[in-house]
Design a protein around this ligand. Sequence first.
Ligand SMILES: Nc1ncnc2c1ncn2[C@@H]1O[C@H](COP(=O)(O)OP(=O)(O)OP(=O)(O)O)[C@@H](O)[C@H]1O
Length: 266
Amino acid sequence: MDGTLIEGGAAPFYLPQGDECDVFAAAHRACLPLLLKGPTGCGKTRFVAHMAARLGRALHTVSCHDDLSAADLIGRYLLKGGETVWVDGPLTRAVREGAICYLDEVVEARKDVAVVLHPLTDDRRILPIDRTGEELHAGPGFMLVASYNPGYQNILKTLKPSTRQRFVALEFGFPSPMLELSVVCRESGLDEDRARLLIRIAGKLRGLKGQDLDEGVSTRLVVYAATLIARGMGFDRAVEVAMIEPLTDEADVKRGLADLVAALAG
Ligand SMILES: Nc1ncnc2c1ncn2[C@@H]1O[C@H](COP(=O)(O)OP(=O)(O)OP(=O)(O)O)[C@@H](O)[C@H]1O
C-alpha cells in the first residue's frame, strides 16, 4: 500500500467539509501525525474511520479518559493460565502492524501519555517499550491521529506546546447546512423537508452557545432526532429528547429552547 486513496463505497460514509481528506492522505504519505480539533459530534471519528479504510490501513481507536495511562496504550504483563505474558496495548499494536492509531480526546489522558507520544510523533518515530526492553520503529503505514475539543474550558487540560507542535492540525466545525442536510438524510433516512427543519433548529440552538449553552447541538444529535422521527416518533418529542434534553439540565434554559423550537416548527 503506497498511500494511494481507494475510492468507492467500502469506506464508512463521510462527506468532506473541505480538503481534509487530501490533508490526511498527504500527512500519511509524509509520515506526519495529525491533530483534529473541533466540537463533539461533528464527524471527526467518522472521518478517521473513512480515511483509514481509503488508505487500506487497520484502525485502532482509543477513547482517552483521565485514568488512561501510558501502560494502557503500550501494553503490560498479564497473568494468563499461570504464566506471565506480555500483551501489546493498542498503540503498540498499531506501530507493529503499520496501522492508524486514533486517540480520541487525547487531552483527557494522564501526563505520562505525552512522554510516550513525543518520540513517536517527531522524526524519530520510535516507541520504546521499557518493560520488554524493545524499541519499535514505526514503519511508513503507521500514523498517529489525535483529537481534542478546544471548547471544553478546562485550563488544566490543554495540550502543551511541545506536544501540539508535533502534529499537523485540522480544525473541524459543524458542516454547512447543505452538507449537514445530506449527512442527516443519508444517516437517518428522513425526508429532506423535515431534515431541513431540524437543521434550521440546530442552527438556532448553536447560536446560543456561550449564552445559555456551553456547547452547540452536534450533528450526531441532529442525526439522532432525524432517526427517531424516521422511525415514527413525533417531531416535537424527538427534538426534545435528542436535541434539547442532552444539552442542559437547567429547567428554565430547557423551556427557553422548547419555545424557540416551537416558534421555528410553527
Ligand atoms: N461529514 C460527515 N459525514 C458523514 N457523517 C457525519 C459527518 N459529520 C457528522 N456525521 C455524523 O455525525 C455523527 C457523529 O460524528 P463523530 O462520531 O465522527 O463525531 P466526533 O467529532 O468524533 O465526536 P466526539 O469528539 O464526541 O468523538 C456520525 O456518526 C455521523 O452520523
